[in-house]
Design a protein around this ligand. Structure first.
Ligand SMILES: NC(=O)c1ccc[n+]([C@@H]2O[C@H](COP(=O)([O-])OP(=O)(O)OC[C@H]3O[C@@H](n4cnc5c(N)ncnc54)[C@H](O)[C@@H]3O)[C@@H](O)[C@H]2O)c1
Length: 248
């Protein structure tokens, strides 16, 4: 049986990169999936390619009203959302704290941290009414260590996501809602491709015990497990998929 049979999932930042990969894997495993993103053209194209079990809705994760509208549309199209993947994120530029523009700090935290809070806040009531659900918050190895991460804003936001995950997991465990965080290392998505040339990529790979960056689908398999009922006893936990980077 497909591992997400009967589930309705909302994935933020699903137009490209890891979010798009999660969407493909979720559809393959029997879920109906709402793709939320600000990148409308690519998002719609992907939804069309995935066919009937997928739909695209414009979502700006920094806007509480946008979340309410997307959840209402999701329920209309497919039924109550019981899986939420808070994946949308921004990173960069690589800069020291003294040189980081306050606007970039605020924008990074707005998307990467506040966006996760707003997503959980919006989705929880429907999950409570449905008798439970699974929330997967995408943090990063930057949720454990500053090493190799673009700047202090990204590190701050990704640490916050790990903390929020535990708080909300404890708060809503009795409602049957599981909440976990996923911490990828370097993954070959537009986020990384845009910030690394070939030499940079080789240098990063050399610092990873497995000797390479991850393909997006290698992270999707972990997200799939956490979204599925196979993870029924798993909540409040942080899962690292980094090719051994943090073990160094
Ligand atoms: N790529 C990596 O190496 C890596 C490593 C660790 C963690 N992560 C995290 O994984 C997640 C996905 O990263 P990715 O590499 O696929 O990035 P990406 O840049 O390839 O894709 C990010 C997606 O988020 C969307 N997005 C940005 N701002 C948004 C907003 N306000 N509202 C809705 N959507 C928005 C973008 O349009 C894009 O589709 C992010 O949270 C990122 O921080 C990435």
């Amino acid at each position: 049986m497909p591992r997400l049979e009967g589930k309705v999932a909302l994935i933020s930042g699903a137009a490209m990169g890891m979010g798009a990969s999660h969407a493909r894997v979720f559809v393959r495993e029997g879920a109906r999936v709402v793709l939320g993103d600000i990148a409308e053209d690519v998002g719609r194209e992907l939804a069309a390619e995935l066919g009937e079990p997928a739909t695209f809705v414009r979502l700006d994760v920094t806007d509480a009203d946008s979340w309410s509208a997307v959840l209402a549309r999701a329920e209309e199209s497919f039924g109550p959302v019981t899986v939420l993947v808070n994946n949308a994120g921004v990173a960069g530029p690589f800069t020291s704290t003294a040189e980081l523009a306050p606007e970039i700090y605020h924008r990074t935290v707005d998307v990467d941290e506040h966006g996760v809070f707003l997503g959980m806040r919006a989705a929880i009531p429907g999950m409570v009414a449905a008798g439970g659900g699974s929330i997967v918050n995408i943090s990063s190895t930057a949720g454990f260590s500053h090493a190799g991460t673009p700047n202090v804003a990204y590190t701050a936001a990704k640490f916050a996501v790990r903390g929020m995950t535990k708080a909300v997991a404890v708060e809503y465990a009795s409602a049957g809602i599981r909440v976990n965080s996923v911490h990828p290392g370097g993954v070959l998505t537009p986020m990384v491709a845009n910030s690394l040339d070939d030499a940079g990529r080789a240098a990063v790979s050399a610092g990873i015990p497995l000797g390479r960056l991850a393909e997006p689908e290698e992270i999707s398999h972990l997200v799939l497990f956490l979204a599925s009922d196979e993870a029924s006893y798993v909540t409040g936990a942080a899962f690292v998929a980094d090719g051994g980077m943090l073990a160094r």
